[in-house]
Design a protein around this ligand. Structure first.
Ligand code: NAP
Length: 243
């Protein structure tokens, strides 16, 4: 069977590195993006040039009808979706919990957890037989991100619970569900938190003394999706330089 993967938020950062790596490994890749079509098209163009199969699709993955459209488009282009990377995520300016508005809290939950719920549901309804899901959580699920973004950390904690529960629900169908928990990775996300230089500031406190690259996270995601990880489900890989 063809390997067909949907990568949510696949046009930038960790999602872009994952889309490129999976295409190089022979997956047909559906790159989902929210707003940045130029970034998604640029990743798709390099996959095309290298002879890969790729589709870009705009969808807000926190909206059910958008998610249905995304999975329909992937199916139409490549056949049933066999693999899913729930990678799309947001965070906002560093603040204490008391300064976080309800609107912002709900936005973060929707973008980070509702999206994984909706995409997993669409995937399960379409998947025929074996397959795998990787949820891109965060080291924040372990630390709680005090004074920075407890809303974000809470969303990632919820994602880890979903990973664990769903891995057991789907085990009998031979669909594996795992998570990665990146730590301090060089992407645009830290600028959204109000501190573009956050990774550099924290590097001295990281045992490996540096931030990670999107490509290093992509390698772990690709392994968890692959048959090499055929006996791994309900597991998490921390990719945080030892933190
Ligand atoms: P990024 O560069 O800011 O990329 C985020 C991606 O998510 C973008 O492609 C964006 O689409 C997409 N997105 C956001 N909301 C969406 C929605 N509602 N529907 C569809 N797509 C949406 O961030 P990143 O650092 O690569 O983060 C990727 C994942 O890794 C996130 O889940 C994040 O929480 C996690 N993570 C990152 C770090 C880190 O240090 N960077 C650490 C731990 C975990 P557009 O391109 O269209 O804007």
């Amino acid at each position: 069977m063809n390997k067909v993967v949907v990568v949510t938020g696949g046009g930038r950062g960790i999602g872009a590195a994952t889309s490129a790596l999976l295409a190089a490994k022979g997956y047909a890749v559906c790159i989902n993006y929210l707003k940045n079509s130029a970034a998604a098209e640029s990743v798709a163009a390099s996959i095309h040039e290298a002879g890969g199969n790729v589709l870009t699709f705009q969808a807000d993955v926190s909206v059910e009808s958008d998610v249905e459209g995304l999975f329909k488009a992937a199916h139409k282009a490549f056949g049933p979706v066999t693999h899913l990377v729930n990678n799309a995520g947001v965070l906002f300016t560093q603040s204490e919990l008391a300064d976080i508005s309800l609107e912002r809290f709900q936005k973060v939950m929707n973008a980070n957890v509702t999206s994984a719920f909706l995409c997993s549901k669409a995937f399960i309804n379409q998947a025929k037989g074996v397959g795998a899901i990787v949820n891109v959580s965060s080291g924040a699920a372990r630390t709680g991100s005090p004074f920075e973004y407890i809303d974000y950390a809470s969303s990632k904690g919820a994602m880890d619970s979903m990973t664990k529960g769903l891995s057991i629900e789907l085990a009998a169908r031979n669909i594996r569900v795992n998570g990665v928990r990146p730590g301090f990775i060089h992407t645009d996300m830290h600028a959204d938190g109000g501190e573009p230089g956050r990774v550099e500031r924290l590097a001295p406190q990281i045992p490996l003394k540096r931030g990670g690259t999107p490509e290093e996270v992509a390698q772990a995601i690709a392994w968890l999706l692959s048959d090499e990880a055929s006996y791994v489900t309900g597991s998490f890989i921390d990719i945080a330089g030892g933190r």
